[in-house]
Design a protein around this ligand. Structure first.
Ligand SMILES: [Zn+2]
Length: 249
C-alpha cells in the first residue's frame, strides 16, 4: 500500500517537473522537437542537469537549492510546486476521485505557473480549457443544474468588473469551466475557499512586506486550484456543515 502511495506521489511530482520545464520551454519559444528532447539545464550557466539533480524535490535538496556548476540559486517554486502536485495526486487517489478531475487539476497547475509568473493566462489556453470542461460535462456529469450557479456568478463578477476591475477575464472563464463540472454545493465551496485563501495570502503579504496591495495583483488561479481539489473531495460535507452551523444562528 505504502509503495503505491509513494509511486502516486512521485508520479504527481514528476509530472509537475515535466510541466514546469515544458511550459518554460514553450514560453521561451523552443521549437519542436527541442521542447521535449533537449536536456534540462541551468538557466544561468547552461550546465546540463544530471538525472539525480532532476529528481523531483529530492534533487533540489541534494544540491541544496543551488546549481552545482555556477551556484546560482534555483527558484524555490520548482520543488514546492512538485511537492504540492505530488500531494494533490495522493489526496485524489486516496479519495477515489475520477480521472477527469485529475486532468483538470493538471491544466490548473499549468495556469497557476502562468498566473504566478506573468499575472495572466494565455487566451487560447483558457478557451481550450473551457472546451475540455464542456466535453467532460457532456460525457460524465450531464447535470444541467450545474450550469446555473456558475453562470450567475460569472455575470455578477463581470458586473463587478464594470464598477472596479477585480477579476481577469481568464479567471472568470476558468471559474465558469470548473463550475459546470461541479454540483452547486461544491462550486460555491470552491469559490469561497479560493477567495478566502487569496485574501489570507494578501493579508500575510501586506503584514510582512508592508506593500500596497492595491498595486500588487494577486494571482487567483493557484488558490482556486487548491480550493478546487479540496471541494472535489470535501465540498458537500463543508457545505452541509456550514448550513447546519448557520441555521443555529
Ligand atoms: Zn548554473
Amino acid at each position: 500500500m505504502v509503495i503505491i502511495y509513494i509511486c502516486i506521489f512521485f508520479l504527481g511530482a514528476s509530472l509537475a517537473s515535466f510541466l514546469n520545464a515544458t511550459t518554460y520551454r514553450v514560453d521561451n519559444k523552443y521549437k519542436y522537437p527541442d521542447i521535449i528532447k533537449s536536456g534540462s539545464h541551468c538557466e544561468n550557466c547552461k550546465h546540463m542537469l544530471t538525472w539525480w539533480e532532476l529528481f523531483p524535490i529530492l534533487g533540489y535538496i541534494f544540491i541544496k537549492g543551488k546549481c552545482t556548476s555556477c551556484k546560482n540559486k534555483i527558484n524555490i517554486y520548482y520543488p514546492i510546486s512538485e511537492f504540492v502536485l505530488g500531494s494533490i495526486f495522493l489526496f485524489l487517489y486516496i479519495n477515489n476521485i475520477p480521472w477527469y478531475y485529475w486532468i483538470i487539476t493538471l491544466l490548473l497547475f499549468v495556469f497557476s505557473y502562468h498566473d504566478i509568473k506573468y499575472k495572466a493566462i494565455p487566451k487560447d489556453m483558457v478557451h481550450i480549457f473551457l472546451g475540455i470542461c464542456i466535453l467532460f460535462f457532456l460525457f460524465f456529469s450531464l447535470n444541467i443544474q450545474n450550469i446555473y450557479t456558475p453562470l450567475v456568478v460569472s455575470v455578477v463578477l463581470l458586473a463587478m468588473n464594470i464598477v472596479k476591475k477585480s477579476f481577469g477575464m481568464g479567471d472568470i472563464l476558468i471559474l465558469l469551466g470548473l463550475g459546470i463540472l461541479l454540483y452547486y454545493e461544491k462550486y460555491l465551496v470552491m469559490f469561497w475557499i479560493g477567495i478566502i485563501l487569496a485574501l489570507l495570502y494578501s493579508l500575510i503579504w501586506i503584514a510582512i512586506k508592508k506593500i500596497d496591495m492595491k498595486k500588487a495583483k494577486v494571482p487567483m488561479i493557484p488558490f482556486f486550484t487548491l480550493s478546487f481539489v479540496i471541494s472535489v473531495v470535501y465540498g458537500e460535507e463543508i457545505f452541509k456543515f456550514l448550513l447546519k452551523y448557520l441555521s443555529i444562528w
